[in-house]
Design a binder for this molecule. Structure first.
Ligand SMILES: Cc1cc2nc3c(=O)[nH]c(=O)nc-3n(C[C@H](O)[C@H](O)[C@H](O)COP(=O)(O)OP(=O)(O)OC[C@H]3O[C@@H](n4cnc5c(N)ncnc54)[C@H](O)[C@@H]3O)c2cc1C
Ligand code: SF4
Length: 809
């Protein structure tokens, strides 16, 4: 005899609803489940839309439950189908296209819609919200066709959209009504730091502006503000907020306020109808982040499966902003009033800020900017309403604003309590992760993700989950973490390098043959990597394989989107002469250079040179290549230093030029940038360079691992030295150590994070012999390099093959 299962219908195939169904399945809930979703996709991770927009993930990458998941769990799925209403009398769910399904229980999880400002012109073509895959696709399309975009709204969503559009090459202005960004999560200091950081990354801002009209004909052409000023934009993203989607509930006669009103067991006013997610209003609050929605889902799933559960009593919301490269966190109260005791620390050099608010000595809120290492502990303390003690103070403030580097991070995993929440979005504790590893023998983050849900939503906790994995597995971790450098091989970078050395392999072909590559010829990922490793191991004998290099490196110039090239000659330490400038001007006029651009690295970029003219330009410039296309030393940025500046304590210009001359032309795993400053005022911005050098009264301080690119990172202080000679010795050792241990394409910012600052310090600073040996090896490699432009000019065959006949792909 088969038992009759109750029919459960989910309206809304999004994160909260499907999250609840997953919990029900885990608890063994015996339901026949039907899911309706308006979108044509299976359940996907909405949070990751920003990554789809910036191009680092595809739609397929962000699918949480693929089609087979529904099938395997016996769930009937109707995508592209919108539910119109619930008939409580007939106990049926009715769709807009006339489908009728009986139910015993219903969950409404219809999420929110983007709030579109009701102003003239908001219906014009080119105006979108930022909510779903369709919006994302519209943005990707717009970026191909139009130049200027405006994002209305300076909250989390607006900033993510703006950053995505900037990455797509658009000129983007964020228009915000208030004077501070994210004013509902950040205080004035953190908001100002965030704005400055995003400006650095290319986002423009129009603050304190109220948009009253979107101008244009059929398509939007601009914004008009209440003060009469205007802004040009052929594409507008409205990110001014969300509106709980209550239409099904309203049409079904269910009590609705701002959202669908529920009790502490998520029950609506209609019997057997529940609501979770952003469409839901609990005790007067509608939430807009996933963590509270999953907490609701957990209570509802238990309730529907007859498992005893505490009621849902609301959530403490914390925000960890994940705009690429900007670390911001806020939890609980964040604006200080006279009632608060404020603990704060701001570091303008590292661009970090930490603030903790106490009321009657109870921790009621926190804001972090630039370093969010303490976010997990602070979130817990705020949630618990913990009393501030000396120990807690030392724990959360002991490191100042800037965290304590890698060593502290690992130690903090060890000292975390079992109940500490690691994945805030999915409420996964350290114990749940440790148990998953020990009970199931897991060795990868993906396995932990599938079992516990940790890292599945915003992904911000992945580094901590990795550290727990490392902590539990000990030596076994490295074994398990090994993955091939690409799909052609299962060998890691270290194994390949070791095998090249051990077996004396000398060409990429030989490496691939002997080491059993699955694909004989390799691929575009492994070929340049192996070519680099060979060059690094055999600087004197390795014959560089041009065909294994990326096109810009093959051509020794950067190809532009219109097929022309850019040429960037060296200007050592950013210093030039009237004679060189005259030559650049003459050549630019003669070869009809479209634009001469001063680069961020303090030199000149000659843009728009025809392919056939490139060698002639090199010849007539008669200057060294600036390597603007290469995985090599790009620039050494300098300030004016003690030669001219009244604050300068060291001669930064001379030192910068010396370093640039010494290390130019050598291959590195990735591009490499340096800066030298005459004093700690740091005008040449050492903090974002691979090696940043700052002069002081007694000598120099060296910083490593900085990056100002797509994933900015502030450099770590490495050491202080007294003499110029010592400084060069340290630079040589760091560069060669990076050359020898870095993964191909890995910037020093990632390298330092991966192998650990302390480890690099031990290898270089605590071991004079090794430091000298590294310096000796880089000096030897440097004797082998040659200027590529000069080389190409005397190599007639390559020159004509590349610049006269070859089609570039
Ligand atoms: C770009 C972006 C970035 C974000 N970043 C973060 C972040 O960093 N951290 C964080 O915590 N949160 C973030 N969020 C918010 C988070 O994604 C939402 O809180 C979460 O997705 C809400 O889940 P939900 O299930 O309530 O709604 P949704 O995920 O919106 O799902 C609702 C689904 O129901 C469907 N639907 C609606 N009406 C009907 C109907 N009548 N019939 C059938 N189907 C219907 C909708 O089409 C939708 O697919 C972000 C959101 C966006 C858009
Ligand atoms: S960093 Fe110091 S020395 Fe260099 S320009 Fe700025 S103030 Fe002058």
């Amino acid at each position: 005899m088969t038992s009759i299962r109750e029919k459960l219908v989910l309206i809304g195939n999004g994160m909260a609803g499907v999250g609840t169904i997953e919990q029900i399945l885990k608890l063994g809930g015996a339901y026949d489940i039907t899911v309706f979703g308006s979108e044509p996709h299976p359940n996907y991770n909405r949070i990751m839309l920003s990554y789809v927009l910036e191009g680092s993930k595809t739609v397929d990458d962000i699918i949480l439950n693929d089609w087979s998941w529904y099938k395997d769990n016996g769930i009937t799925l109707h995508t592209g189908t919108t539910v119109a209403r619930i008939d409580g009398d007939k106990r049926q769910v009715i769709t807009e296209n006339g489908l009728t399904v009986d139910y015993d229980k219903v969950i409404i999880a219809t999420g929110s819609n983007s709030f579109i400002l009701p102003i003239p012109g908001s219906g014009r073509e080119g105006v979108v919200g930022f909510r779903d895959i369709a919006d994302c696709e519209a943005m990707l399309e717009a970026a191909k066709q139009y130049g200027k975009a405006a994002v209305i709204g300076g909250g989390l969503l607006g900033l993510e959209a703006a950053k995505g559009l900037v990455n797509l090459g658009m000129d983007v202005t964020v228009v915000h009504l208030m004077e501070d960004l994210m004013e509902r999560q950040l205080d004035h200091t953190a908001a100002s730091m965030l704005k400055a950081e995003l400006e650095r990354q290319g986002v423009k801002f129009a603050m304190g502006k109220q948009t009253v009209e979107l101008t244009g004909d059929e398509r939007v052409s601009g914004l008009r503000f209440i003060d009469g000023t205007e802004l040009e934009a052929q594409f507008v993203v409205m990110a001014v907020g969300i509106k709980p989607n209550v239409s099904v509930a309203k049409a079904s006669g269910i009590e609705v306020n701002r959202g669908i009103v529920v009790n502490d067991y998520l029950q609506t006013s209609l019997a057997d109808v529940y609501s979770v997610g952003e469409c839901t209003e609990h005790r007067g609050v509608c939430y807009g982040l996933v963590a509270p929605l999953f907490e609701q889902g957990t209570v509802l799933a238990k309730h529907l499966c007859g498992v005893e559960t505490k009621p849902y009593e609301g959530s403490v919301v914390s925000t960890k902003l994940k705009i690429s490269g900007v670390d911001v966190f806020s939890a609980g109260e964040f604006i200080d009033t006279p009632e608060h005791t404020v603990i704060s620390a701001k570091d303008d050099w590292k661009r970090t800020y930490k603030k903790i608010l106490l009321r009657d000595n109870i921790i009621v809120g926190a804001v972090l900017f630039g370093d969010v290492t303490e976010s997990g502990s602070l979130q817990k303390l705020v949630k618990q309403g913990a009393v501030m003690t000396d120990d807690i103070y030392a724990d959360v403030m002991g490191t100042g604003c800037c965290g304590g580097g890698g060593a502290k991070k690992t130690a903090s995993v060890e000292s975390m309590s079992d109940e500490e929440i690691v994945c805030g979005c999915n409420g996964v504790t350290k114990k749940a992760i440790v148990d998953a590893i020990t009970d199931n023998g897991f060795t990868t983050v993906d396995e932990i993700k599938a079992c516990t849900g940790a890292t599945r939503s915003c992904g911000g906790c992945k580094p901590v989950v990795e550290q727990i994995l490392q902590y539990v597995l000990g030596d076994g971790f490295e074994q398990s973490a090994k993955t091939g450098i690409c799909s052609c091989t299962t060998l890691s970078r270290d194994e390949i390098v070791a095998q090249i050395r051990a077996k004396g392999l000398t060409t990429t072909k030989e490496v691939m043959n002997v080491l059993g590559w699955k694909q004989e010829e390799g691929c575009s990922k492994c070929r340049p990597a192996v070519n680099y490793y060979l060059g690094m191991i055999y600087p004197d004998t390795h014959e560089d394989e041009k065909e294994s290099r990326f096109v810009n490196e093959r051509m020794s110039a950067n190809i532009q989107k219109d097929g022309t090239f850019t040429v960037v000659p060296r200007m050592y330490g950013g210093v030039t002469t009237p004679e060189d400038l005259k030559r650049i001007a003459d050549v630019s006029i003669k070869y009809d250079v479209k634009v001469v651009k001063v680069t961020g690295g303090q030199r000149l970029d000659l843009i728009g040179i025809k392919k056939e003219d490139v060698p002639k330009v090199w010849e007539e410039l008669d200057m060294p290549s600036g390597y603007a296309y290469a995985k090599s030393l790009r620039t050494v940025k300098t300030c004016v230093g003690s030669q001219f500046c009244r604050f300068g304590t060291q001669d930064s210009m001379s030192m910068g030029a010396l370093l640039e001359r010494k290390y130019e032309r050598l291959d590195f795993p990735a591009k490499f940038k340096m800066a030298v400053n005459g004093c700690p005022r740091n005008c040449a911005e050492s903090c974002t360079k691979d090696i940043g050098i700052v002069g002081n009264d007694g000598g120099w301080e060296v910083f490593i691992g900085g990056n100002g690119g797509i994933k900015p990172r502030i450099a770590d202080s490495f050491c202080k030295v007294k003499t110029d000679e010592e400084l060069v010795g340290i630079c040589s050792a760091v560069m060669q150590y990076y050359r020898e241990t870095g993964n191909y394409l890995e910037r020093t910012s990632e390298w330092v994070e991966r192998i650990g600052l302390e480890h690099i310090k031990t290898a270089i600073l605590d071991n004079e012999e090794e430091r000298k040996a590294l310096a000796h090896r880089i000096d030897f490699a440097l004797t082998q390099v040659q200027d590529p432009w000069k080389k190409m000019l005397i190599d007639g065959a390559t020159r004509s093959a590349l610049f006269e006949a070859t089609e570039i792909r």
